[in-house]
Write a protein that binds this ligand. Structure first.
Ligand code: BDR
Ligand code: CA
Length: 332
């Protein structure tokens, strides 16, 4: 039997179809131990995201991980109502999961993050795959958070690629630019996983069919959800497939995939009200010289992978679910 040498992880999400895949990946990875999950409004409301998360955790056989509801509204303005055209009215492509009898804990997502950061001081890894409202709130609750947390990996932004909400802004940053600016200005080790790399690593129909063919209920639910997600992406890619935003950030956080181009640079977020509001301004001028060290830079921006992502994603989940089946099977 393989020994799990897992680091503690806190996941902040807006569950969401690709968030559901990221959650499944983190549950499956032998390198991660999920110790808490917070939700934030984005693809769906923070409360709706918590419901999806609790139902997925129960279906996956992980009923003990605490789930906390986080911010409903961004720092400026109010929640816009989600992205039903991308993720469906219920956030998970209309898939009807069995309702878990669990409820979210009383603490807010920001409070849960601060508590876990103290409990796992110096070891906790944060994966943020929704708007950064909860993370910014946690920084205000506990200014020492950057010293307590080992690192944070964020799915968000667009370095050289176009945005997906405006010509230059990606959804997670566009939904709360003020929070993103605070989080990226804090003095911690940040890895940013922007559209540059998430739009170029796709999940194909053949991969989805592999999920649907599995006997594992989570695998089948994910396969069904992806059917809805592919419907949105067909106009973008011209075939049935989808981007892999959030699971890719999760895999990068657990060091599950090899990075080919990932310079550490300065990144700022535009919080003005002009046409570039929500843009992640990445200082990539070093590109011309092979990215020499940049003073004051602490944000690693992942631009290219060194391997195909979809086989790793599928393989990680299948390996975990296969070993579960082996454990469950009676010994002959
Ligand atoms: C990001 O926005 C959300 O719709 C996805 O879940 C992902 O986190 C991609 O821009
Ligand atoms: Ca998300």
């Amino acid at each position: 039997m393989t020994q799990r040498t897992a680091a503690p992880f806190y996941l902040d999400c807006d569950t969401g179809i690709d968030d559901a895949l990221a959650l499944a990946y983190l549950l499956a990875s032998p390198r991660a131990e999920l110790v808490g999950i917070g939700t934030v409004s984005g693809n769906i409301s923070a409360a709706g995201g918590a419901r999806n998360t609790l139902d997925l955790l129960s279906l996956a056989g992980h009923p003990d991980i605490p789930v906390a509801v986080g911010a409903h509204d961004p720092q400026v303005g109010t929640f816009h109502g989600g992205a039903p055209h991308v993720h469906g009215d219920n956030g998970i492509g209309g898939v009807d999961l069995p309702t878990s009898d669990r409820e979210p804990i009383e603490a807010t997502a920001a409070e849960l993050l601060v508590q876990l950061a103290h409990q796992h001081a110096g070891e906790l890894r944060v994966v943020a795959i929704g708007p950064l409202t909860n993370i910014a709130e946690a920084l205000r609750l506990e200014p020492k958070l950057p010293e307590l947390v080992a690192e944070i990996t964020i799915m968000g932004g667009a370095a050289m690629a176009p945005g997906n909400i405006t010509p230059v802004a990606e959804a997670n940053i566009a939904n709360d630019p003020e929070a993103a600016a605070e989080v990226l200005a804090a003095s911690w080790n940040v890895t940013l996983v922007p559209l540059d790399v998430t739009m170029t690593n796709v999940f194909e129909e053949s991969h989805r069919q592999e999920l649907l063919a599995s006997e594992h209920p989570v695998s089948q639910a994910l396969g069904e959800m992806l059917g809805y997600y592919f419907g949105f992406y067909i106009d973008i890619f011209g075939r049935a497939c989808s981007a892999m935003h959030d699971p890719l950030a999760a895999a990068i956080a657990v060091r599950g995939v090899e990075l080919a181009v990932a310079p550490t640079v300065r990144v700022a977020v535009d919080t003005t009200n002009g046409p570039s509001r929500g843009q992640t301004v990445c200082d990539l001028r070093g590109l011309y010289a092979g990215f020499p060290a940049q003073s004051g830079a602490r944000c690693q921006v992942v631009l290219e992978l060194g391997e195909d992502f979809a086989p790793h994603l599928l393989g990680t989940m299948q390996a975990a679910w296969l070993s579960e089946e082996q454990v469950a099977a009676p010994v002959a």
